[in-house]
Design a protein around this ligand. Structure first.
Ligand SMILES: Nc1nc(=O)c2c([nH]1)NC[C@@H]1CN(c3ccc(C(=O)N[C@@H](CCC(=O)O)C(=O)O)cc3)C=[N+]21
Length: 282
């Protein structure tokens, strides 16, 4: 069996989370997650609906604030300031990408780092890179849980991360490094990528190009994690890895859909729960 079933793991963790949330509620705290969605990006609509469903299934207090495309930067900053002060919310998530007239950097800086469930605030990035993670990006966090659950040895292994975004590639590299992998980060300017990829025991692909990784990139027995979310010419969801070709070579591989995506949402929920629990210690 070579498949890493992210959907099944997410469903299992959701049941366990519900129990933990019930206990926290008995102690007087209901985890609260608020998601802000600006504009009409159709892909964002799907993700946000999934988050909403998972949050209410876990027994969270949850709300999606939908704002029109023409919302100004200052209006969004004011809203965030207000949510930062509101004790009902333990997690604040601003769905990316934002419309071009709003600075993502300014918006991410405005979120209280202790409520930044995405872990995108520079304070949280710094905490992660200095070995004191608090809120961490959900996609790589979910990948680490999948590796652990499927018994993948990370220490001493060659890990290659293809993609260098702040959201996936960079935090992924740091989390693998923290678990003692030898980490390489490759990207669009990397030369001889198939040759480098063939050295990897663990290959994480987050480059955003459909079917980019083919059989000639993959060392026999490698663990292949596909973060890609692309649409093919028929509108079908496809990953960055050519699954049918790579699956027979890999020892473990994540499918798209049903792999990394559901675990991303699970980790958002877990981190909101953890943030809510921390308020008990204050
Ligand atoms: N501030 C912010 N935080 C995010 O975490 C964030 C974001 N912005 N912007 C967009 C990306 C993308 N993302 C996904 C989450 C779940 C699935 C997911 O559940 N995918 C399902 C299928 C979904 C489908 O069928 O379209 C799967 O892979 O099985 C996908 C993508 C979170 N993102």
């Amino acid at each position: 069996m070579t498949l890493i079933d992210g959907k099944a793991l997410a469903d299992k963790m959701a049941i366990e989370l519900k129990t933990k949330v019930d206990d926290l509620k008995s102690a007087g705290v209901t985890p609260g997650l608020v998601v802000i969605l600006v504009g009409e990006n159709p892909a964002s609509q799907v993700y946000v609906r999934n988050k909403e469903r998972r949050a209410s299934a876990a027994g969270f207090h949850s709300e999606v604030i939908r704002l029109p495309e023409e919302t100004t930067e200052i209006a969004l900053l004011n809203l965030i300031a207000q949510l930062n002060q509101d004790d009902r919310w333990h997690g604040i998530l601003v769905q990316l990408p934002l419309p071009a007239h709003i600075s993502e950097e300014k918006i991410l800086l405005a979120i209280d780092p202790d409520k930044d469930v995405d872990g995108f605030h520079p304070t949280n990035m710094g905490r992660l890179w200095s070995g004191n993670p608090v809120m961490i990006p959900s996609t790589p966090a979910g990948i680490m849980v999948m590796l652990e659950t499927y018994g993948v040895e990370v220490a001493g292994k060659n890990a290659l991360v293809i993609g260098r975004s702040n959201i996936v590639g960079k935090p992924m590299a740091q989390m693998l490094l923290d678990r003692h992998a030898t980490v390489t980060i490759a990207h669009s300017r990397t030369k001889n990528l198939p040759t480098i990829a063939k050295q990897a025991d663990i290959l994480v692909v987050a480059i955003g190009r459909g079917n980019f990784v083919t059989a000639d990139f993959v060392k026999p027995g490698a663990v292949v994690i596909d973060v890609g979310m692309n649409r093919d010419e028929n509108g079908k969801l496809i990953g960055d890895v050519k699954f049918d070709e790579v699956e027979p070579i890999a020892s473990l591989i994540t499918p798209v859909p049903g792999g990394v995506g559901p675990m991303t949402i699970t980790m958002l929920m877990e981190q909101t729960y953890e943030a809510a629990k921390r308020t008990l210690d204050k």
